[in-house]
Design a protein around this ligand. Structure first.
Ligand SMILES: [Zn+2]
Length: 283
């Protein structure tokens, strides 16, 4: 098919104009729709291929006059990748794609329901979603993951966003969704553990202990402080073991009790619905 070539033929600096003109004539005009990227690059695509391989792109019955262009918000780089999945040939494997480009492609694939691209992007994203990438823009990724039901990504984002107020999470996860219910429950567990952890520090009668407790409590100000290596740092930095051995022993007991408390918190998980639509069922 010529469609694969077409994605590059009409770009500035592409192949020579006479060749493009000749090639254009080889395709039936009635089967062509021209989409335009946000950076003004045009991609003529077969409407019947769009109909066959996608659900959200302009369908085959789209009425476009000759020369009429459908403008999209994605960049030419993303649309070029997406176009490779709208063709009657094996889809690209995306082996060398950058994670940022992969995420943008996945968003476009889900938005326009490009079946082959959705499948491959899901596989690739599950391999490459690193904590570093998730930390770059976790709220945007959480919104994407919730909208398209990437439950493993929502789970991976919890440690990164665990200190974010629920009012902000509710603006991303629909407050009636099962995702928000799971997230709220986990937040309650960690907040409850933080309150309990703070109370565990009052059980030592010594003239120096009060100062140590004060320094530690100043650092125990959010749920993520209970996770490692943060918790260990808080106790090591505020109760040096070469001073006041009674306080050091007490702080070790306190830290150990907090660790036991944290270990009882269930790992955050979201049950996967059998049907994608079930994830939106209200509770
Ligand atoms: Zn002491």
């Amino acid at each position: 098919m010529l469609v694969g070539w077409y994605c590059t033929l009409r770009e500035p600096g592409g192949l020579n104009v006479p060749f493009v003109a000749t090639t254009l004539k080889m395709l039936k005009e009635a089967d062509i729709v021209v989409i335009q990227s946000s950076d003004m690059v045009e991609f003529p695509i077969s409407k019947s291929n769009l109909e066959y391989f996608t659900e959200g792109f302009p369908p085959a019955e789209t009425s476009t006059k000759p020369g009429e262009v459908v403008s999209l918000t994605e960049t030419s780089q993303t649309l070029r990748l997406l176009c490779a999945f709208v063709d009657r040939k094996p889809p690209p494997t995306l082996d060398d794609i950058d994670i940022d480009d992969l995420f943008l492609l996945a968003k476009a694939a889900e938005k326009y329901v490009v079946y082959n691209a959705i499948t491959i992007c899901r596989l690739k994203l599950s391999e490459h979603f690193s904590r570093e990438f998730l930390s770059k823009n976790p709220k945007e990724i959480l919104g994407f993951a919730a909208e398209y039901h990437y439950t493993d990504v929502i789970t991976a984002l919890y440690p990164i966003l665990m200190d974010t107020p629920l009012t902000e999470i509710a603006a991303i996860l629909p407050s009636t969704s099962r995702y928000f219910a799971h997230w709220s429950l986990q937040s309650f567990r960690w907040t409850d553990a933080l309150v309990t952890a703070i109370r565990l520090g009052n059980d030592h009668n010594c003239q120096w202990w009060g100062n140590y407790v004060l320094q530690i409590l100043r650092r125990l100000d959010k749920p993520s402080c209970l996770t490692q290596p943060h918790l260990r740092s808080i106790f090591r930095e505020n109760v040096p073991n070469w001073q006041h051995t009674c306080c050091f022993a007490e702080s070790s007991r306190w830290e150990q009790n907090i660790n036991q408390l944290v270990n009882k918190i269930p790992k955050f998980s979201i049950s996967i619905p059998k049907e994608r639509d079930q994830a939106d069922v209200q509770i």
